[in-house]
Design a protein around this ligand. Structure first.
Ligand code: ZN
Length: 203
């Protein structure tokens, strides 16, 4: 726990804007990561916005737990076994920002169905579940489709997030396609100079 708090403080010192917290349940994806008690520790370590990515089979009952633990943004998957509009409403009722994520095999339209209820759409640029995979360039057409649709339909404030395989090169590709929130894990933590890489990711 002390380690996680230290890593969060390192990110803060490097100028990171948000902390992205991957929650995996061993069912929606094979891996298991953290639950809401760990988020409480992170909350105590930083005032940065905490962005929770729920890669879980049914997020319905996780929303209150993570809201209570200090989440600022909660993302649920369009492919999860829940009532997506109801969950997005529940997130907003807790005063948090709400987002929908889509896996690589899922078309952009699945997320666009919920755009009126979304502060952000997350386009996964790797298969969820494991760190260190390479960025899927072909996902950029989905980012472009979502950005175009948002601009043409009165949702120009929509954030578009990409998650997976982000480094200085792919960050540029993602920004050009219309993404404005980039999640970096491996590249940031392995960087010789975290502050320098963070600046490069932001462009
Ligand atoms: Zn994530």
């Amino acid at each position: 726990m002390a380690d996680i708090a230290n890593e969060v403080r390192r990110c803060e010192a490097a100028g990171v804007d948000w902390i992205h917290f991957d929650v995996m349940d061993g069912r929606f994806v094979e891996q298991i990561t953290y639950g809401s008690p760990v988020l409480r520790c992170v909350r105590r370590a930083t005032e940065l916005p905490l962005d929770i990515h729920l890669m879980v089979e049914d997020p319905t009952h996780q929303i209150d737990l993570f809201a209570d633990a200090g989440a600022d943004i909660i993302t649920i998957h369009a492919e999860s076994a829940c009532d997506v509009p109801m969950c997005l409403e529940k997130i907003h009722e807790r005063g948090l920002k709400a987002a929908v994520a889509i896996k690589p095999q899922t078309p952009a339209e699945r997320a666009l169905d919920f755009i009126a209820q979304c502060d952000m759409i997350l386009v996964m640029t790797v298969e969820p579940g494991y760190g260190g995979q390479s960025f899927m360039n072909e996902m950029m057409t989905k980012v472009e489709t979502i950005r175009r649709y948002a601009d043409e339909n009165g949702f120009s404030k929509l954030d578009i997030q990409v998650d997976g395989g982000i480094n200085a090169d792919t960050a540029k590709t993602a920004r050009t396609a219309g993404a404005n929130v980039l999640v970096a894990g491996t590249s940031l933590f392995k960087a010789k100079d975290m502050r320098e890489l963070n600046a490069a990711l932001k462009g």
